[in-house]
Design a protein around this ligand. Structure first.
Ligand code: FES
Length: 615
């Protein structure tokens, strides 16, 4: 008899299989668990506690787990449970409770949707009015929508049946004010639209009434592809291994969007079959994976996408369970690592109208940025690595309950005060906590500008990877081991911030912009990060603190604008084609800029103005 592996506390089950690791079983069963490095045995994040006998932990597991190995924890990507059994997922291994940013700043919704519904009564043909069915429909329709003059062949094929079924009472779907793309028997309800921001880490859907412009519901979830790997590169590698794996990634995203659409509709008391238009944005890898485009070109130089224009497809052709006639529009992408999400945020922020030099930055595993100045736009993408999302950090985790998000270090005794998401004992550190910790340690003089810990200070001690700083001792944490920031963690942040800073400086140099007037921080990390701390680690070029502004999920706002208005959609197309692109990989000056900005800035002297600038 096949036994099951039961994942607790969810109670989800997967048939035991001696050939597959626990992580592979979890992925196949849709168990929402962390698999940061895609099961390569590099991250040490896929921790589980088997509740019964297993084979002993490998040396690699012990090395990655440290103290936690002594508590019986194992790595799911190294553990097989051939006979089944129960396994506990610690909080930090679960993909739940993540803070997800849904609100965005920018753009006003003009209501001018590409799709409209018209409820009509089409008179039957008669001997004294023997007009064909198509022209009869147009005759009735033109009283309301005079510009409509086209009927597709598919519509003509179904038209007699639709008219007969409902005695001439039909709902006509008109696109772009000119073309009939569907005729449905009876008088259908609402004309709804769905805007989707498909991020590497999170997915947000917005349900909009396309007739009134009213926002009906917003739903968000973790992108389930995270169980395959946290970052885009891991997913592209997974996808490029087999066609089946590529379709697994695609289905995970599609199912997530369908699930969120159903939830949003349930909240609003409407049906997914009333959604006639969907607009999606996301980075180029998400775009390719969702649409089933071959992403191999994104993994190797020159990182060329299969298609960059805005794409219109039937929603059902990509697995979206909306109205049968629904269409999907993906905003254009700019380059292999500058996606439709960046185009959407330039639309939301009306970037082309920004006269003063403004850096728009969306921080994740890639730092996508746009420099706007005097109507000119230039973008680039800097490979920051996963540090800003808590990845590649010894005790890093996502911004979920238990993650340290803010650190203060007080007095000569270097007493540490932690702010933890959910107000529970700390389990790890998220990206904003990492930036905060390093900023606090720089300010307290514990870290040098080179990123080295000073010896013989309270809290500083030797660790397995050089010196480390104890943020919290085992008895006050939620996982029974000290919470530490290691020299390797600091170096990881240094590399990430130097890449972002170098990208920003190169954009400025290329456009001849000597200084910035504003920095707009888009996305979750930008929203939760303290601007003063970002300045303290030297993430941005010199700027007054008050001129750094968080704009929330502006990409989501851009998607909503393109959903509500055809004109906004045209503006997005024109922004994508007029925006210049700067390729950083292989740029002759990138390395110099990167090395110049590896050191942290020296702390601002105490008592200086809050609006002080930081070099
Ligand atoms: S070590 Fe298991 S997923 Fe990374």
């Amino acid at each position: 008899m096949i036994k099951d592996v039961v994942f607790l506390p969810m109670g989800m089950r997967a048939p035991a299989d001696p050939e597959r690791t626990l992580l592979e079983l979890a992925q196949a069963a849709g168990v929402p668990m962390v698999g940061t490095c895609g099961g390569k045995g590099q991250c040490g994040k896929c921790r589980v506690l088997p509740m019964g006998d297993t084979n002993p932990a490998t040396g690699l597991e012990v090395g990655l787990l440290g103290q936690a190995a002594g508590q019986g924890l194992r790595l799911a990507c190294h553990l097989r449970m051939a006979n089944g059994g129960r396994v506990w997922l610690p909080v930090e291994s679960r993909l739940e409770g993540q803070k997800i940013l849904t609100a965005g700043q920018g753009g006003v919704l003009d209501l001018d949707p590409v799709v409209r519904l018209h409820r009509l009564m089409v008179a039957p043909a008669a001997l004294d009015d023997p007009v064909a069915a198509g022209p009869r429909l147009l005759r009735a329709l033109n009283k309301r929508a005079p510009a409509v003059d086209r009927l597709g062949l598919g519509v003509l094929r179904d038209l007699p049946k639709s008219l007969a079924q409902s005695h001439g009472n039909v709902t006509v779907i008109v696109r772009k004010g000119r073309k009939v793309t569907g005729v449905v028997p009876g008088h259908q309800g609402r004309c709804l639209g769905l805007a989707v921001d498909l991020g590497t880490t999170t997915v947000v859907v917005y349900l909009l009434d396309l007739h009134t412009g009213q926002s009906l519901a917003v739903r968000a979830a973790m992108n389930p592809q995270v169980t395959i790997g946290d970052d885009v590169v891991t997913r592209l590698t997974y996808c490029n291994q087999s066609h089946k794996q590529a379709s697994t990634l695609s289905s995970l995203a599609t199912e997530c969007v369908n699930h969120l659409a159903r939830e949003a509709c349930a909240e609003a008391g409407v049906l997914p079959s009333e959604i006639y238009e969907c607009v999606m944005v996301g980075n180029t890898a998400m775009h390719h994976l969702f649409l089933g485009l071959d992403p191999q070109g994104l993994a190797v130089a020159p990182y060329s996408p299969v298609e960059s224009s805005g794409l219109k497809v039937r929603a059902r052709d990509v697995g979206l369970a909306l109205a049968p006639e629904a269409r999907l529009y993906w905003l254009p992408v700019k380059a292999g690592f500058v996606g439709a999400d960046t185009v959407a945020l330039t639309l939301a922020l009306d970037a082309a109208a920004l006269e003063q030099p403004t850096l728009i930055l969306d921080l994740g595993t890639n730092g996508e940025m746009v420099l706007a100045s005097g109507g000119r736009l230039m973008c680039c993408s800097a490979a920051a690595g996963p540090a800003f999302e808590g990845g590649h950090i010894g005790q890093g985790m996502r911004g979920a309950p238990g993650a340290v998000e803010r650190v203060a270090i007080n007095g000569r005794g270097l007493k540490t005060v932690l702010k933890v998401i959910g107000g529970i004992p700390p389990l790890g550190m998220c990206g904003s906590g990492l930036v905060s910790a390093v900023a606090a340690l720089l300010s307290a003089g514990v870290l040098t500008s080179a990123g080295a810990f000073k010896e013989n200070l309270p809290g500083v001690r030797p660790g397995s990877k050089g010196l480390e700083f104890v943020l919290a001792e085992a008895e006050s944490t939620g996982k029974g081991q000290d919470l530490v920031l290691t020299s390797a963690d600091v170096a990881e942040l240094q590399l990430a911030k130097a890449a972002i800073r170098a990208g920003a400086e190169l954009l400025m140099a290329t456009m001849g912009v000597p200084r910035l007037e504003r920095v707009l921080l888009a996305g979750a990390f930008g929203n939760y990060m303290e601007p003063a701390e970002a300045l303290a680690i030297g993430l941005f070029p010199t700027i007054a603190l008050s001129n750094i502004v968080g704009v929330g999920n502006a990409a989501g706002t851009g998607a909503l604008m393109a959903l509500a208005s055809e004109k906004a959609r045209c503006r997005a197309e024109s922004l994508a084609s007029s925006m210049e692109y700067l390729e950083l990989s292989g740029h002759p000056l990138f390395r110099d800029y990167f090395l110049d900005h590896l050191p942290f800035p020296l702390p601002i002297a105490e008592g200086s103005s809050k609006d002080a600038v930081c070099a």
